[in-house]
Design a protein around this ligand. Structure first.
Ligand SMILES: [Zn+2]
Length: 188
């Protein structure tokens, strides 16, 4: 049941991410890039648990955990660097309607994931799944930042896009710190 709920929500998020990657290529928006990296990083945090479960090895979980922390940290640095570069030499994102849709799709995908996880978490009395649900709901709000960027860029404020990207980079760095604490907690 719990596994089914999680796989279903992962499938929804995967589909939403595919659409959004295409829109990123079209729009070249760093805010959308940061949001994509954020959701990708969140998905990666499930890897150590999977490794521990499949390999039945706490050591594998720890190495997978360290790898994930490193991957998320590097991604955050890339998103931040690209955003700063867009502030130094501004280049407004294009295809703003598609960009707005990418924000809405991100919000909807995360909200679906949130409801599946909250529902299953309450049914199964699993605090971890409920916490995951609230996380996904917060991520949906972060994705609305991409919609905000599309609207404000359309109104003639192209710098809003990299600024939102930097805010989202801050959120990604927060995940990095949290994952690092979890991994270190396991290492004793
Ligand atoms: Zn998140």
């Amino acid at each position: 049941m719990g596994v089914k709920a999680v796989s279903l929500s992962l499938a929804v998020l995967g589909l939403a991410a595919g659409v959004r990657v295409v829109i990123f290529v079209l729009s070249n928006s760093v805010a959308l890039l940061a949001d994509l990296i954020h959701n990708f990083g969140d998905a990666l945090t499930a890897v150590p648990l999977g490794a521990a479960f499949l390999l039945r090895s706490p050591r594998a979980e720890r190495y997978a955990g360290l790898g994930v922390v490193l991957a998320i940290f590097v991604s955050a640095c890339v998103a931040g660097a690209l955003a700063v570069e867009k502030i130094v030499s501004p280049h407004a994102p294009e295809h703003l309607l598609a960009l707005g849709i990418a924000g809405v799709v991100g919000f909807a995908g995360n909200e679906v994931a949130a409801q599946v996880r909250l529902g299953a978490g309450r049914r199964l009395d699993s605090p971890a799944l409920v916490a995951d649900g609230y996380h996904a709901r917060t991520d949906g709000i972060v994705s609305l930042g991409v919609l905000l960027s599309a609207v404000l860029v359309a109104l003639g404020l192209p710098l809003v896009d990299p600024i939102i990207a930097i805010v989202i980079t801050g959120v990604i760095l927060q995940i990095t710190v949290q994952s690092w604490r979890t991994v270190r907690g396991h290492s004793r």
